[in-house]
Design a protein around this ligand. Sequence first.
Ligand SMILES: Nc1ncnc2c1ncn2[C@@H]1O[C@H](COP(=O)(O)OP(=O)(O)OP(=O)(O)O)[C@@H](O)[C@H]1O
Ligand SMILES: [Mg+2]
Length: 252
Amino acid sequence: MNKIIIGEHIVKSFGEGDEKHKVLDGVSAEINEGEFVAVMGPSGSGKSTLMFALSGMDSVDGGKVVFDGKNLSGLGEKELSDIRRTKMGFVFQQPTMLKNLNILDNIILPSVRDNRKNTTTISAKAKTLMKRVGIADLENRDITQVSGGQLQRAGICRALMNSPKILFGDEPTGALNSKSAHEIMDIFSEINAEGTAIMLVTHDANVAARTERIMFMRDGAILSEMKLSKFDGKDWDSRVEKVTMKMREIGI
Ligand SMILES: Nc1ncnc2c1ncn2[C@@H]1O[C@H](COP(=O)(O)OP(=O)(O)OP(=O)(O)O)[C@@H](O)[C@H]1O
Ligand SMILES: [Mg+2]
């Protein structure tokens, strides 16, 4: 199985002097190409920090991260941002979008700014993605005229504009009600089924139960892992139960 990410003994600290504390304490984590993984753990356990380290969004103090065969530590900011832009997609709890642009323009903005293809091609791609996630008719709306779930779909479209090899999501369903969260997870499952690897940070057993593997973190370390089969729509209750039991067992 080819690895899209290999993180070895990652150490990351924040603060200086007496205030300095280790947030990642020698974490090793790998993600296969096309894999769907979740990271769970208590608040402050280092989940977001791990995601930032594995995606090269943030530097590491020790250990190394190899992404798609390249050691990220050896790269400059320009090369890192090129990799992030062309091979990675990011979705956060609430998408940051510009208020003076409509939904479509917000989705295409980063691609237009890169100026690597013409605007017609870029818009066509955005419209295909919007249709796919069920927001085709919202392209001219302001970002204040759509629901949280619709805005998150737009955020997903924006993250998929460059057909990334991996999509990182930091609590992408955290601000949504359970119905919207479920629908967003359907979209993630479809994207994953088409071959894009996904790494999601989540507190929600229902979200984690959709993935293939869960890494459980505590105090800057991965405590344990749990493997699940690919989600095929069956066996839903038992998957959620399995995840919930594991969370209870390790006390998160
Ligand atoms: N830029 C930063 N400067 C200083 N400390 C930071 C910074 N980012 C994170 N931390 C600290 O690192 C620890 C881990 O933070 P992190 O955001 O990775 O936690 P998390 O597991 O994602 O938590 P949550 O579930 O609340 O999002 C916390 O104690 C946090 O305060
Ligand atoms: Mg976090």
